[in-house]
Design a protein around this ligand. Structure first.
Ligand code: HXC
Length: 514
């Protein structure tokens, strides 16, 4: 009987704590279109898989009348569960308890689950919904953030770290998501900024809403801080699960291999690239024509759209795709697209995911804005990331591969393992028009009909260089292939590269152009 009583006592204690900040606070949370912290975890993980730890943890703050306040679970839920059967560690801040603010014990719970995730080599998913440092706990809150940032950094490249912004993530708190691999945001719910609207009004006298300052759209389209944008929490959880299905649990494993499926019949590689080299096309159609089931999971879809990145499967194996997008600014590399691509290449390399690069670009974007925004430094990140990557690197040149763009986009010279080119490929120092204007300038200027001569010279240049055969004759590309042969060549190259082994010189670490 005594045992039954104790069990009942436990159940009662639990139920009280499970109410979080209470009915009113939960109603307020729901009115904003938000689930509670535990509901979010349940929606994300496999059914009945969640095990919660530290339910009974409470704060021990004493100032500002805190000793008389109970903050259930200290405003954060931690535990582990599974997604598609694979273990994951989770924390979710509970906004109904003191606005999910982070005090000492709250931070200790987070760092405990972070340490656990690292030790067990499993992904960590953090759901952020918090007013930031708990003001009443002063420097203890700041210490807590520091401990989190340190662990984010040390775990980087060892376990996947995923941040989900489902409410405010204000002040220095933003730096934890910024240090993680993938950030998910939801329209009208996510708010992320260093200094809020009130501070901006006081300091700068400017009125701005939280949404305009750091809403989901801003971070998906403008800042590049977010990798996935969703319209609802449910859609967001679906995206997280999909991501988990593509990536390995840690850096010593490979992603799970699925069954091979052919791409859908509706994509025909021979028909996607237009005859006229000045016309655009959607490079995602090329990816869809190559990957299993035509199933491509795009990352940072709304940011720097001149480059496309994401995961697909080739013969059941997770593969990272990096592709210039001719639909957007002719697919040039600029400051933002370089950043986007370089980080993704490093992600793939850290987690044993082969990279397929599809090339069609006129080069780096010229202009004073780009030069002053640091296109040299940011552009160098792409060269660095490809050169350093030791995972299998397969490249297909679809059309233009000019100048620095040719070198940067996983060329042989940066140690691509296989480089294929379509017969439509144009591999040259620059586009035929620009090239002819420079090298034949005197002849064009002194001609009776400069326009006619220019056209002739452009054609001459095109015939000589705007093709893949010069590069093929030097062995810079391995095969000129018909577009319809692409999947077959890539699948074979993937198979051949399975045990690729490369050793880089010993060093503490390199100095990428951050
Ligand atoms: C303690 C906090 C809190 C905080 C919110 N609350 N933020 N308590 N410390 N940082 C409490 C509120 O007092 C309130 O308690 C409850 O949470 C809900 O908050 P509301 O203001 O009623 O909610 P809402 O109107 O939705 O506004 C949410 C908000 C606002 C925009 C996040 O609360 C806010 O501006 N908070 C302060 C944000 C901030 O400046 N944080 C410090 C950033 S500096 P009751 O008891 O009334 O329910 C920082 C430094 C970290 O984080 C540095 C790390 C390097």
């Amino acid at each position: 009987m005594a045992v039954e009583k104790k069990i009942r006592e436990l159940q009662e204690k639990r139920s009280k704590i499970l109410l979080g900040g209470g009915v009113q606070a939960i109603e307020k949370q729901k009115a904003m279109g938000k689930r509670t912290a535990r509901e979010r975890i349940m929606a994300l993980l496999d059914k009945n898989s969640f095990n919660e730890y530290d339910l009974f943890v409470e704060h021990d703050a004493r100032d500002f009348d805190m000793e008389n306040k109970s903050l259930p679970s200290d405003g954060v839920i931690i535990g582990s569960g599974t997604i598609y059967g694979a273990p994951v560690a989770v924390f979710a801040q509970d906004f109904t308890v003191a606005g999910g603010s982070l005090g000492l014990m709250h931070s200790r719970k987070i760092t405990k689950i972070m340490d656990h995730a690292l030790k067990m080599r499993m992904p960590l998913i953090g759901i952020n919904d918090s007013g930031g440092a708990r003001i009443q706990e002063g420097v203890n809150s700041l210490a807590g953030y520091g401990e989190i940032f340190f662990r984010n950094t040390i775990s980087s490249g060892v376990i996947p770290q995923i941040s989900v912004i489902l409410g405010p993530c204000a002040g220095g708190a933003v730096y934890s998501p910024a240090l993680t691999d993938f950030v998910f945001v939801v329209d009208n719910i996510s708010k992320m900024f260093i200094t809020g609207p009130e501070v901006i009004k006081t300091v700068l006298g400017e009125e701005i809403s939280m949404e305009e300052l750091g809403g989901a759209r801003v971070h998906s389209e403008v800042t590049g801080n977010a990798h996935f944008f969703a319209k609802s929490e449910d859609e967001c959880f679906g995206q997280i699960k999909r991501l988990i299905s593509f990536i390995p649990r840690n850096n010593s494993l490979r992603a799970k291999v699925s069954e091979t499926h052919e791409p859908l019949n509706e994509y025909h590689l021979d028909k996607i690239v237009p005859d006229d080299p000045t016309l655009p096309y959607d490079v995602r159609d090329v990816i869809m024509a190559i990957v299993d089931k035509s199933d491509f999971f795009e990352i940072m879809e709304h940011y720097a759209r001149n480059i496309v990145i994401g995961f697909g499967r080739m013969g059941g194996r997770t593969t990272g795709f990096v592709a210039n997008q001719p639909l957007e600014m002719a697919g040039v590399l600029d400051v933002d697209s370089s950043d986007k691509a370089a980080r993704f290449i490093r992600y793939c390399d850290a987690f044993n995911i082969p990279i397929i690069t599809l090339v069609d670009l006129p080069g780096y974007l010229p202009g004073i804005d780009q030069e002053h925004a640091g296109v040299i430094r940011h552009g160098a990140k792409v060269l660095y990331a490809y050169s350093e990557a030791t995972v299998p690197k397969l490249t297909v040149i679809l059309r233009k591969a000019y100048g620095g763009g040719y070198i940067a986009m996983s060329s042989r010279h940066l140690r691509a393992d296989f480089v294929f080119a379509w017969p439509t490929a144009e591999i040259a120092v620059m586009g035929p028009e620009g090239a002819a204007n420079i090298i034949f300038r005197k002849e064009i200027m002194s001609s009776d009909d400069p326009d006619k001569t220019r056209k002739q010279k452009v054609e001459e240049y095109k015939a000589k260089f705007a093709n893949p055969y010069v590069a093929a004759s030097r062995g810079y590309i391995d095969a000129v292939i018909e577009p319809s042969e692409t999947r077959r060549f890539l699948l074979h190259a993937m198979q051949v590269s399975e045990n690729k082994t490369v050793t880089l010189p010993d060093k503490k670490h390199g100095l990428p152009p951050f």
